[in-house]
Design a protein around this ligand. Structure first.
Ligand code: IPE
Ligand code: IPE
Ligand code: MG
Length: 235
């Protein structure tokens, strides 16, 4: 039987800290290895024919971490954008960075905007980085956008379709498959609205060790799922 490839895969890249600890390294080394791993998974996504890849890089809750780690993560992200933009262009990767601007430095915001612009016409795959992203924040922002939209009739009942249109990325279809590395069975405020009917796959492998083979295991697992969406399948 032919393999079903999800159009949109979303990954909670977890376990960088534990990966580093097991190797006797500092946490930031784990984040560095994690950032380096992205390229491999992006390439495999293109090979497989995945059209949208979303990765969770920094949550709205990750600001609670020690200042030094937060600073390191910001610098790594900025360095990732600068060092990968040319290869991303060659590979036809359209980059989107999705999340809140609150707390992010102006220089980083500027770099994000420039990199998105540089890659805006690429069409092989959409690579969406959830950065300073929180699912509750996204829903709250959507509600506020609805309330303050002057083109909307005041007091009109809100529909599900309308809520979806006010989310950060209304043009990206919901992910069919959500992968979380490093064994944690929780969603940690990732894509709350969009994952209503996503299939969930958890592996014990830490993110820096999550390679093509592990990725393909997740795709195979997805292929064995019986997706019913609340209905019944034909016998
Ligand atoms: C994921 O790795 C990366 C971020 C959350 C930024 P962690 O840093 O959460 O790694 P663990 O969970 O401590 O192992
Ligand atoms: C989720 O991982 C966020 C990212 C991978 C960016 P965390 O490590 O922050 O999640 P918790 O704290 O274990 O729930
Ligand atoms: Mg973690």
């Amino acid at each position: 039987m032919e393999l079903k490839i999800p159009k949109h895969v979303a990954i909670i890249m977890d376990g960088n800290g534990r990966w580093a600890k097991e190797k006797g390294k500092i946490r930031l080394e784990g984040h560095r290895a994690g950032a380096a791993n992205i390229e491999k998974i992006l390439e495999e996504s293109i090979k497989l024919g995945v059209k949208y890849l979303t990765v969770y890089a920094f949550s709205t809750e990750n600001w609670k971490r020690p200042e030094k780690e937060v600073k390191g993560l910001m610098e790594l992200f900025s360095a990732f954008l600068s060092s990968k933009k040319k290869t991303m262009k060659k590979q036809g990767i359209k980059l989107l960075v999705t999340g809140s601007k609150e707390g992010v430095s102006n220089s980083l915001l500027k770099k994000i905007e420039e990199t998105e612009k540089y890659l805006e016409n690429e069409e092989t795959i959409v690579f969406n980085i959830a950065f300073n992203y929180g699912g509750r924040k996204e829903i709250t922002d959507a509600i506020n956008k609805i309330l303050s939209d002057e083109k909307r009739e005041t007091g009109k009942t809100v529909t599900e379709e309308e809520v979806a249109r006010y989310m950060y990325r209304p043009d990206i279809p919901d992910p069919e498959l959500v992968i979380r590395t490093s064994g944690e069975f929780r969603i940690s405020n990732f894509l709350l609205w969009e994952i209503a009917y996503s299939e969930f796959y958890v592996t014990d492998v830490y993110w820096p060790d999550f390679d093509e083979e592990e990725y393909n295991k997740a795709i195979l697992s997805f292929n064995r799922r019986d997706r019913r969406y609340g209905g019944l399948n034909a016998e």
